[in-house]
Design a protein around this ligand. Sequence first.
Ligand SMILES: O=C(O)CCC(=O)C(=O)O
Ligand SMILES: [Fe+2]
Length: 345
Amino acid sequence: MENGSSLDASGGPEHSVSLLNCIDLSSPDIHNSVSLLKQACLDSGFFYVINHGISQEFMDEVFNQSKRFFDLPVSEKMKLLRNKKHRGYTPVFDEHLDPANQIHGDFKEGYYIGVEVPENDPDWHKPFYGPNVWPTAVYCNGTCFMNFINLFELLSVSKIFCLDGGKLWRNITARHYAEEIDGRVLLVTHEVAKAVARIVALALNLEIDYFDRQEMLGKPIATLRLLHYEGRISDPVKGIFGAGAHSDFGFITLLATDDNYGLQICKDKDAKPQQWEFVAPLKGAFIVNLADMLERWSNCTFRSTLHRVLGNGQERYSIAYFVDPSHDCLVECLPTCQSQENPPK
Ligand SMILES: O=C(O)CCC(=O)C(=O)O
Ligand SMILES: [Fe+2]
């Protein structure tokens, strides 16, 4: 059996757990944060982010609502089936991340929410922008799911606005993380992503606001995905996974998880046998991973690492926030990542 591939009966890891660096976003010691982040980006491309400003109560509420959504009958969820703009529900087995090593698709269901722009916005026709799909009032076993809908509405449409070039740009991606603090409306998750991106910029010897520009994370393609893993047991030898091995393809991903182990990383995809290490859940933290675009941008110095999810028989919930730059962003080798000896790959 490959290393690090099973969970013990208590759901804890039987094998190695990766010791990831932890970036404290509230720390005044930016040099230390940059150094920790850089080390993580060179080593595994995975790290934790803590003290990011989003309260635990809020995160708990988001997970509650996610659970309520996935508890709906499949027939109701299927009414929200993912559309061509990649919005909505994806059933179990829909995604097949590692066909070479999986006998069937992932044991997970998901729900995609993305950036929404008004129909008269010139960007409306672009992929990954456009209307989301939302559940309507649903009665199930006598329970009305109106509250669920109200919460979505409360957290989102009515509250989350972002001024973009003078136009009102409704950013739905931050719905589930939105909070009002001191009367200010914050696009909280995206703010966390931008805070991380500033430290990434410093770690790459760029100006701190390099990724803040409009054509980069100023008007991002960003997708929030609720995920629910069925309580099945994975078997890597038989090719059964919660989520097959993959790397994310964008800029960075912020991941919130419940308390269950499941996520694994493989730092060297070419090793034989591959070594898989668990990433321990960390209450209140985001697990951040770099994705393929940033690996390329950094001339392959920063790592976009292979990861997967194993089921241990317990249900597991996670929420991923995938952050990509704007459609207008030209991704080419960063000026600080190339030299005569190290030309763009
Ligand atoms: O659920 C997880 O822990 C990981 C999810 C993931 O890697 C993905 O959706 O890209
Ligand atoms: Fe992923």
